[in-house]
Design a protein around this ligand. Sequence first.
Ligand code: PLP
Length: 344
Amino acid sequence: MGILGRYGDFFPLTPRTPRLDLGEGSTPLVPLRALGEELGVDLWGKFEGANPTGSFKDRGMVLAVSKAMEEGARGVICASTGNTSASAAAYAACGGLSCTVLLPSGNVAKGKVAQALIYGATVAAVRGNFDRALELARAMAERRGYRIVNSVNPFRLRGQMSGAFEICDQLGDAPDWLAIPVGNAGNVTAYWAGFVAYMRRRRSSRVPVMMGFQAQGACPMVTGQFTDHPETVATAIRIGRPVNARRARWAVMMSGGAFEAVEDREILRAQMDLARCGLFAEPASCTPLAGLRKLAREGRLPRGIRVVMVLTGNGLKDVETPLRSAGSVVELEDSLETLEGVIP
Ligand SMILES: *Cc1c(COP(=O)(O)O)cnc(C)c1O
């Protein structure tokens, strides 16, 4: 059962709200003992790549599209660096709505574009950056009576709170730290709201310290300066003007946490390390591990605490980077002897 069925009492559902359900949520929370020992903490990974479209975006999208249907919208539209469009297209298909996706030109991982297309969305690449694509989406939404399902849509963040509920349910309580990648800064805001809401209803006893991680080339939450030219291999967080910057800053401050930046090279190393534990996450999702490493190196990671990393998206969405960096396929004569020569 998806999140509307499992956590419906936390969401603004009415008898007229359709309960869309692709079985989103209920993602594995995986203990990472070896990596944890190395860092001196009790480390866990929340594998959001196991969601129906392969990212946490499904948690917000199921509610956003259900509410759009309740309100009589004819379709949904979004500007997206990839995962939002994949998710919007899937839930629109599930609900029988039309979906339009505006991609900023340049790096969008191929798997995500394939998803939007196969789910039946109209996909357009806009010559211009993300902000321009969002402006166009807003104008068109107005003209056509479509609902915008970018992270400006309030239902997205409400649905994403369910990630925090699940972590509390899976561990029996909130962890000491939550380590999470930050792009538009919606998810970090939603997780904080989720932990607070759960504690208020006495379904957990405390809230975690929120640690937000960005890529060095796209880290406006760290520098305090917005930028028009964000650059990083982690395309899902290649964002220079986070839509939810103010609320995210407040959330992280209230929790006693901080924002930190990591180099692309550290992100790719973290991706490899997680894969060697059996978890294939996309680059953006690996910034928390890279960041925890950096904090440990600098003596800023308290020993023995319980840390949950949110592994936001599935590595299969973007296979080009690992195909370049993770070694290559061995070409072989058809004989047992040559095979003997290459296996360990
Ligand atoms: C959207 C996304 C993020 C960033 O989340 P924000 O809410 O924009 O901060 C991180 N990782 C992945 C895989 C994403 O799809």
